[in-house]
Design a protein around this ligand. Sequence first.
Ligand SMILES: Cc1cc2nc3c(=O)[nH]c(=O)nc-3n(C[C@H](O)[C@H](O)[C@H](O)COP(=O)(O)O)c2cc1C
Length: 218
Amino acid sequence: MNKNEIINAFEFRHACKEFDVNRKILSDDFQYILEAARLSPSSFGFEPWHFLVIQNQALRDKLKERAWGATLKLSTASHFVICLAMKPDLTRYDSSYLQDFMDRIQHLPEDWVKTKTQFFKTFQEEDFDLQDNRALFDWASKQTYIALGNMMTAAALIGIDSCPIEGFHPATTEAILAEELGVDLNKYGVSYMVAFGYRKNNPGEKTRRLLEEIVTWK
Ligand SMILES: Cc1cc2nc3c(=O)[nH]c(=O)nc-3n(C[C@H](O)[C@H](O)[C@H](O)COP(=O)(O)O)c2cc1C
């Protein structure tokens, strides 16, 4: 791999405000973007996420009502993803989801599951102080942003544009997803939205602080 090509992809990626409605992402290319999400790392490897791909225009229109940062993207994106993060029912150290996950997905023997559960309890209760529901949800949500970065970079590497979105009212969005898609709000909450497609207009200048301002070497 060529470093310049990779940096060019980071330069190419910008928060695309409006997509070209005439250009759709090939399904193979979109699978590749989802694969970048699937392979993303997460704390303890617990993958506290679920990705909804919202292609139905009536549902997209409904979501626009309280999604001020997403309106034009909901109208024009080739593919529109809502990322859900797991709620404490699933992510507390002793949840049945995590017990099953360690057994079925991580293939851990029973005694390792016990050890890891104990370790995870200490991490949640003492190290990261994740005891209240909001803190635990936000911790799961943090993991989902790693998948966000990876999806956008993977997309940029093959010339696909994207826009990450937090400009929405989570409670309203969740109520719509519960009603329309049966999302169980005891188990999941909305983390972010992200739109994919091909740019309609060229972006403005990219502004960033210099490395010297943001990095300290000792
Ligand atoms: C978590 C997150 C949420 C964002 N929410 C929105 C949004 O709701 N609508 C929007 O148009 N841009 C949104 N942005 C885009 C940022 O404004 C943009 O990334 C930033 O200004 C840097 O510009 P660039 O991405 O074009 O380099 C969001 C970015 C991030 C990382």
